[in-house]
Write a protein of this length. Structure first.
Length: 76
């Protein structure tokens, strides 16, 4: 399956959620999620209008328990 088809199957709401999904898939620890990368991707999604603030927060809560990452998702 090519990358595009896999993305459509996962149906991420934006680049930030895609990043969290990849981090979860490639590791067993939330420690590898980079807050700065996530923050920049949330900003990009916001500027592009690909997601709403509530969608970002829901996806964030679903994919991680790290409070610093959740705070980024909640400050939109």
């Amino acid at each position: 399956m090519n990358e595009y088809k896999r993305l459509r199957k996962e149906d991420p709401v934006g680049f930030a959620e895609l990043y969290l999904l990849r981090c979860n898939k490639e590791s067993k620890s939330d420690d590898l999620i980079d807050k700065e990368i996530y923050s920049k991707l949330v900003g990009l999604d916001t500027r592009l209008g690909t997601t709403t603030a509530s969608e970002q927060l829901i996806c964030c809560l679903y994919n991680t328990t790290r409070l610093d990452i959740i705070k980024v998702g909640s400050y939109l």
